[in-house]
Design a protein around this ligand. Structure first.
Ligand SMILES: Cc1ncc(COP(=O)(O)O)c(C=O)c1O
Length: 401
């Protein structure tokens, strides 16, 4: 399969060197087409209309739940909630579950690798409930300190919410170990899989996680659509987090009752076209399959580390082994601000990101204010890495390194 040919952006911008997929990926043709098909042939609101076009819209939208169920290897019906993205999914866990079940003195355990989306919602809820948010540190290698994690899990731990794959360092988390620790104390486990699902196939039943969140736009689909997977029995116990149309069964002047799950958590008109586009993107990921995904990731990662190692003025952070790392590589050019590096690379058509990557506690742990980050998608080739290397040599020349 010529993967790059599936991404129309490279036809309109043949010279584009896009190394910012952890931020948002380029869109796959089938996802763009699915969205356009909906607008051209069945553009109507879902769940309410009784005319054929509205029924077709509902059918298309709802059929994505089965695709998501397969994509995540989920078991039961009702376990896939559509959201506007990973951030919203994680807020539902914090506000819908945390607000109801956390009590004063309880502990929420995160890691310093977390994206702010899996941190700030917990801080908000913990403050409201008098609970405490604790952070597991990393080792100097950028791997999670599992020994420290073991000590941080106590009887007070009510939920461990972890990234599956760090958006900044590309650190892979050993989820079975984290799940085992959570189960020891009866804590829930939530996985921020925003990066993970772009690089690994995930089996929520095998992993035995309670919640898992991701966005469509990081797996070659549209922005504005995401998934919250949650075990059915847990969703049943949770309160809605957002009120409005579609999430109710009955409304009177005195009270309201809630719709069945998952619709209880989908207030208002959903991102219909985007969810349909996300469905096509998940199908694309399944079509590509885990072996191709892994082979591509390995090739990109090994070649990038090799090229970066050739540059004495570059300092790379995080784990390097393929068993511990996927997708994102963070580095700095010694003595040069990451924003300058990114701007010079940008002038040469190489798109990378510079900043804290929404992981400020991680920056503190690395003793850095920001880093340059390159991240890969299925369309990247060795030529992109070579363009990066050439661009970095230009940075060195400009700054006389
Ligand atoms: C690990 C991780 N979690 C959560 C998010 C938030 O995703 P979104 O902005 O699509 O809601 C991101 C986005 O970069 C991420 O990388």
């Amino acid at each position: 399969m010529n993967l790059r040919a599936r991404f129309p952006i490279f036809k309109t911008h043949p010279k584009l060197v896009y190394l910012d997929s952890a931020s948002t990926s380029q869109r796959v043709d089938s996802s763009m087409k699915a969205e356009q098909d909906y607008y051209l042939n069945s553009n109507a609101n879902v769940h309410r209309g009784l005319y054929p076009m509205a029924e077709a819209a509902t059918e298309k939208y709802e059929s994505v739940r089965e695709i998501a169920r397969k994509f995540l290897h989920a078991g039961k019906d009702g376990e896939v909630v559509f959201t506007r993205g990973a951030t919203e999914s994680l807020n539902i866990v914090a506000l819908g579950w945390g607000r109801k079940f956390l009590k004063k003195g309880d502990e929420v355990l995160l890691t310093v690798l977390e994206h702010h989306s899996n941190l700030v919602p917990w801080q908000i809820v913990a403050k409201e409930k008098g609970a405490r948010v604790k952070f597991c540190p990393i080792l100097s290698t950028g791997n999670l300190d599992y020994k420290a994690l073991e000590k941080l899990v106590t009887k007070k731990t009510k939920i461990i919410s972890v990234t599956g794959l760090s958006n900044t360092l590309g650190t892979l988390i050993d989820l079975p170990v984290v799940v085992r620790l959570a189960r020891k104390v009866g804590a829930k486990i939530c996985v921020d899989a925003a990066q993970l699902v772009a690089h690994m196939s995930v089996d929520v039943q095998k992993l035995d996680v309670d919640f898992l969140a991701f966005s469509g736009h990081k797996i070659y689909g549209p922005t504005g659509a995401g998934v919250l997977y949650a075990k059915r029995e847990i969703l049943e116990t949770m309160d809605p987090w957002l009120g409005g149309g579609d999430m109710i069964r009955e409304v009177s002047e005195e009270f309201s009752t809630w719709n069945d799950i998952p619709w209880k958590f989908e207030a208002g008109t959903p991102s219909v076209a985007q969810v349909i586009g996300m469905g096509a993107a998940m199908e694309f990921m399944m079509e590509v399959g885990k072996n191709t995904l892994m082979k591509h990731d390995r090739e990109m990662q090994e070649y990038t580390f090799k090229k970066l190692n050739e540059l004495s003025f570059v300092e790379v952070y995080g784990p390097k082994g393929f068993d511990q790392h996927r997708g994102s590589i963070s580095f700095n050019v010694k003595g040069v601000h990451p924003h300058d590096v990114a701007a010079i690379l940008g002038d040469q058509g190489v798109c990378v990101r510079a900043g804290h990557h929404c992981t400020m506690p991680l920056m503190k742990a690395l003793c850095q204010v920001s880093t340059v980050r390159v991240s890969f998608g299925l369309y990247n080739t060795a030529k992109d890495v070579e363009a990066l290397s050439k661009g970095l040599k230009k940075v060195a020349k400009i700054f006389e390194l």
